[in-house]
Design a protein around this ligand. Structure first.
Ligand SMILES: Nc1nc2c(c(=O)[nH]1)N[C@H]1C(S)=C(S)[C@@H](COP(=O)(O)O)O[C@H]1N2
Ligand SMILES: [Mo]
Length: 436
C-alpha cells in the first residue's frame, strides 16, 4: 500500500512536471500552499499548518526544478587573501576560494562550497558541444574525443580529495578555513585516462603525460605515465552532476593523492612525452629545491586537522564537546586518527567515521569534557602504508630546516605540508592557532 507521504511525493513530482511543462508556476504555487509542509502521516498536521510553516520565498517551480538550500543556511566560501577581484585577474594573480571546513558536517564537500584555485585566468566559459579532448604526442594513433564520445566509454566513479600545495599549517593563519581551506572531497565520475591512452597506443619509450587546460594561458602540468596508466580520471562528473565551471567544466583530470596542481581543469589535451615539461608548474613553487636540484613530489603524505574546535571558533560552555576532524592521505586509506588533549604529550585514538575510503577525506570524532582550562588540541593520522603525520619540527627537519624558519617563511619550497596542527583553547573559550 502506498503511504500518504509517498503519494504526496508523487503528487509533488507530477505537479512540478506539470508546472514546468506548462510554465504554470502560479498554479503550482497555489497547489503547494494547500499542502501541509510536514508530518501529516504521523498526525503532525496541527503544527504543520501553523503560521510559522509558510512556504519559503522565491518561485517554487524553480526551487523544485533545481534545489536550493534553506534561506536560513548562510555558509559561504571565502576568497583568500592572495586573490584579487576575479574580474581583474591577470597573469601572476591567483583566484583562491576556500572550502569553509568549519561549517561542513560530513566528509563530502558540498559542490558549491568546494575550493577553487585558478592560476590567474578567469575560468573559461566552455560550450560542451564544441569542446574536444585531444590525445597526442608519443602515441601510435592521435585521437580526438567529443564529450559525448567520452561519456559512452566505460565509466569510473571515485570519492577523492584534492588538496593544493598552498594548504600549509606553517602559514599560521588564524582560522581553520584560511589554513586548511584549499582541500575538498567529491565523488568524481569519468573515464580512466588509461582507457584513452591504451586506445591511442602509447609508445614504449614514453614516460610522462602533459595535461593542458583551455583557459587563456593554457595551464600545463606534467604527470608520470605510470600514474596516468594507474588511476587518473578524466572526469565530467562531480557529486553526481556535471563538474562546476570553476572546477573544470566540462572536463578535468583528477589525479588521486597527488597535489591538486596535477588535476588539470578545462582539459583540452593530453600529450604523451618522454620527459616532463619544465614550465611554471614544474619549476615554480610546486617543486622543492634541494641540493640535488629541482625535485618533483607526488603522492601526498597523511594529514589531518581538528575542524571543531578550531581557530576562530569559541566554546560557549564547559562540559561535553565532540571533537571532530578530517584526515586524509595520498598514500591510501586512513587507518588511524589520534587526538591529543595536552599539546602532544599523550594521544587518544579517535573514532573513524566510516567508510574510510582510500585517498578521501575521512571524518573522526572523540568525545571530550572541557573543564574550562587552557588546553592545546592536536590531531594526527596514520595511513595504510604505516606512515604517521609528522610534527612541524619533524617536517622541517625532513626538508633540512627548522620550525622557526618555516614559520618565518624563510624555508619555503618544501613539498606537501602535512605538519600536525595545534589549536589552543583559552579559558574564555576562544580557539587560536597554537602552532610553534
Ligand atoms: N587548467 C587549470 N587547471 C588547474 C588549475 C588552473 O589554474 N588551471 N589550478 C590547479 C590547482 S593549483 C589546484 S589546487 C586545483 C584546484 O582544483 P579546484 O579548483 O577544482 O578545487 O586545480 C588545478 N588545476
Ligand atoms: Mo593549487
Amino acid at each position: 500500500m502506498e503511504t500518504k507521504k509517498a503519494s504526496r511525493r508523487r503528487f509533488l513530482r507530477q505537479a512540478a512536471l506539470v508546472g514546468i511543462a506548462a510554465g504554470a508556476a502560479p498554479a503550482l504555487k497555489a497547489q503547494m500552499e494547500m499542502m501541509p509542509m510536514s508530518g501529516s502521516s504521523t498526525g503532525g498536521s496541527a503544527a504543520a499548518s501553523s503560521p510559522g510553516a509558510a512556504a519559503p520565498p522565491g518561485n517554487p517551480t524553480d526551487r523544485l526544478a533545481y534545489g536550493v538550500r534553506s534561506r536560513h543556511e548562510k555558509t559561504i566560501r571565502a576568497i583568500a587573501g592572495d586573490s584579487v577581484n576575479p574580474e581583474h585577474m591577470h597573469f601572476g594573480r591567483m583566484l583562491n576560494v576556500l572550502t569553509p571546513l568549519q561549517d561542513i558536517v560530513g566528509s563530502i564537500t558540498p559542490t558549491p562550497l568546494h575550493f577553487v584555485s585558478a592560476h590567474g585566468y578567469t575560468p573559461p566559459d566552455i560550450d560542451p558541444k564544441a569542446h574536444r579532448l585531444m590525445v597526442q604526442g608519443m602515441v601510435d594513433r592521435p585521437l580526438v574525443f567529443t564529450l559525448d564520445e567520452l561519456k559512452q566509454l566505460p565509466s569510473t566513479s571515485r570519492i577523492i580529495y584534492l588538496e593544493c600545495q598552498a594548504n600549509r599549517p606553517e602559514y599560521k593563519q588564524e582560522t581553520l578555513e584560511l589554513t586548511f581551506g584549499k582541500t575538498g572531497c567529491s565523488q568524481w565520475t569519468g573515464v580512466l585516462l588509461s582507457v584513452l591512452l591504451k586506445e591511442a597506443g602509447v609508445r614504449a619509450d614514453a614516460k610522462w603525460i602533459v595535461g593542458e587546460g583551455s583557459e587563456n594561458g593554457r595551464m600545463t602540468k606534467s604527470t608520470p605515465l605510470s600514474k596516468a596508466m594507474d588511476d587518473v580520471l578524466v572526469a565530467y562528473g562531480m557529486n553526481g552532476e556535471a563538474v562546476r565551471p570553476e572546477n573544470g567544466y566540462p572536463l578535468r583530470l583528477v589525479v588521486p593523492g597527488f597535489e591538486a596542481i596535477h588535476s588539470v581543469k578545462w582539459l583540452r589535451q593530453i600529450k604523451v612525452t618522454d620527459r616532463p615539461y619544465m614550465g611554471f608548474q614544474e619549476t615554480g613553487r610546486y617543486s622543492p629545491r634541494t641540493p640535488k636540484g629541482i625535485e618533483f613530489t607526488f603522492a601526498q603524505g597523511p594529514k589531518s586537522v581538528i575542524t571543531y574546535p578550531s581557530g576562530g571558533q569559541k566554546l560557549m560552555r564547559h562540559g561535553f564537546h565532540e571533537i571532530r576532524g578530517l584526515a586524509w592521505s595520498g598514500g591510501g586509506r586512513v587507518s588511524k586518527a589520534e587526538v591529543s588533549l595536552d599539546g602532544g604529550k599523550t594521544w587518544k585514538e579517535a573514532q573513524l567515521q566510516g567508510p574510510a575510503l582510500p585517498v578521501a577525506h575521512t571524518r573522526f570524532t572523540l568525545p571530550w569534557q572541557w573543564n574550562g582550562e587552557d588546553v592545546v588540541l592536536m590531531s594526527r593520522c596514520t595511513d595504510e602504508l604505516g606512515e604517521v603525520q609528522p610534527t612541524l619540527a619533524q617536517f622541517a627537519k625532513f626538508w633540512g630546516a627548522t620550525s622557526a624558519e618555516f614559520l618565518a617563511g624563510t624555508a619555503s619550497g618544501a613539498g606537501h605540508s602535512n605538519a600536525i596542527q595545534p589549536w589552543g583553547v583559552r579559558k574564555d573559550g576562544t580557539v587560536f592557532n597554537a602552532i610553534t
